[in-house]
Each structure stands twice: as structure tokens, then as C-alpha cells.
Design a protein around this ligand. Sequence first.
Ligand SMILES: NC(=O)c1ccc[n+]([C@@H]2O[C@H](COP(=O)([O-])OP(=O)(O)OC[C@H]3O[C@@H](n4cnc5c(N)ncnc54)[C@H](O)[C@@H]3O)[C@@H](O)[C@H]2O)c1
Length: 255
Amino acid sequence: MTGILAGKSALVTGGASGIGRATALAMAREGARVAVADMTEASAAATVELIIAAGGQAIALAGDVAKEADVATLVARSVAAFGRLDCAFNNAGISPRDVGPAGQRTHEMSRASFDDMLAVNLTGVFLCMKYEIAQMLAQGGGSIVNTASIAGLVGLPSASNYVASKHGVVGITKTAAMEYASDKIRVNCVNPGYIKTPMTDPTMAERYDALMTKVPMSRLGLPEEIAEAVVWMLSDKASFMTGASQIIDGGYYAA
Ligand SMILES: NC(=O)c1ccc[n+]([C@@H]2O[C@H](COP(=O)([O-])OP(=O)(O)OC[C@H]3O[C@@H](n4cnc5c(N)ncnc54)[C@H](O)[C@@H]3O)[C@@H](O)[C@H]2O)c1
């Protein structure tokens, strides 16, 4: 296969849906062999089927990124399947609705809701980087992109837990970029605005018009519009890019 990821081996978490699925497909289109990871093997396998139908190579893996043993296994199985790990997209994530009632301000939010959010969105990214970087050090380099959010750069009412997790992702991305720059490992994050995925469907059903007044392009982004940037950031085309927070938000942050 030709493409900007030709010959590369990749891992994507949250690859069964939304941004992760679109990026797994784009990675494969650009020539990568892709390990698609999600909570269940059946959900990841649906993405793998799409990749194989398009002529690409992929395997499905199951694991919870909040569990260290699962993450260690995901990375080990990716390497066992493809021999190395060149590109990693740490993208699995949840929204405030997954850990508590919608619409809670900070004083209303439970400790459990805050902890459960950080366990997936922040600790999950940390654990993935920990095991991926160990492999990349052993093989002599690699490239990582973490999924943050515009919520990693600004506050969002009723989302203290989510905002904390995504600000944390931006911070550990910058730190790892500094730590491993001399080891030929680049670490960046992507900061999507409002994107049309199953995660945002319930919010958009309630507040689409109000939220779109904050977006200069007046529309939701598509998962594919994040995927194209992530694939480029993971590729050798982005060889001088590390520690960056790449905003892709239809102008939200600029407004
Ligand atoms: N959709 C948006 O508007 C938007 C904006 C900014 C950032 N993001 C971020 O993008 C990422 C992908 O979100 P999406 O919109 O594609 O949502 P999505 O719900 O379509 O996909 C998320 C995937 O992550 C998986 N996942 C959740 N918890 C997991 C865990 N503990 N271990 C393994 N997999 C797990 C889910 O099963 C799902 O397949 C998330 O990190 C999200 O915070 C989304």
C-alpha cells in the first residue's frame, strides 16, 4: 500500500465509533496496519471489517483504557501482531453524561463522577502513553496523538470533570513531548470542537441551535475532518511537530 503511513503499524483506542473509527479507516487508507481497540472486541471488529472491505489490514482488540493490565495487553498484542508500534492515537473517551446526570455545576457534581471521568479520559491516556512509549523507546522512535478537546483549552459550564480531564491531556502531552524529543518520539494532541458523533448526539438534540451560535462555521464538524489531521500529525510529514495542541473547531476558539 502507498500513502503517508505506508509500512507503519498503528494503534487506535476508542476505534469502534466516531472520531476513532474515522481515524482508523484513514490510517489504513494511508497504508498503516491498524490495531483497533475498544471496550469490546465485537465493536472494534465492526471497524476492522470496514478496513478490510476497503483493502486495508487491521485487527480488533478489546480493553478498558482505565485498567492498566488491559492497556499493557493492548500494546503487547498490537506489537505481537505487527512487530512494532509506530503510531498511536489515544482517543478513547467519555462525556459527563456517562458518569452522572447532565447539567451539573461544580458544586452539584459527585466525587465519583469526577473520579470516573478522570479514570478514562486522563488516566487512560497516561496509561496508553506509558506502555506505548516504552515500546517506542525500545524500537527507536514513534509518534503519538492524544485526543484532548477545546475543553482542554477553555472552560465549559456543567463539565468540570470533562474539562479537568482534557486540560490534563494537554498538559501530559506537552510534558511527554519534552521528555522524549531526543528519543525520536513525537507527542501531540488534537483539540476538536463540536463533532457529530454518538457522544454529542444527546446534547445536540437538546441544544444544537444555541451551541452553533458559538461556532463561526455554524455547523458540527465530521469525524473525518479530525481524522485527516490526526493521520498527518502521526505521519513523518509532521516531522518537526511535537508538544502541539492542534485545534480543529470551525473557529470556536478564535471567536
Ligand atoms: N464528539 C465531539 O464533539 C468531541 C469533541 C472533542 C473531543 N472529543 C473526544 O474525542 C474522543 C472520541 O469521542 P467521539 O466523539 O468519537 O465519541 P464516541 O462515543 O463516538 O467514541 C468513543 C469511543 O471510546 C470508547 N471508550 C469509552 N470508554 C472507553 C474505555 N474506558 N476504554 C476503551 N474504550 C472506551 C467507546 O466505546 C467509543 O467507541 C473522546 O476522547 C472525546 O472526549 C469529542
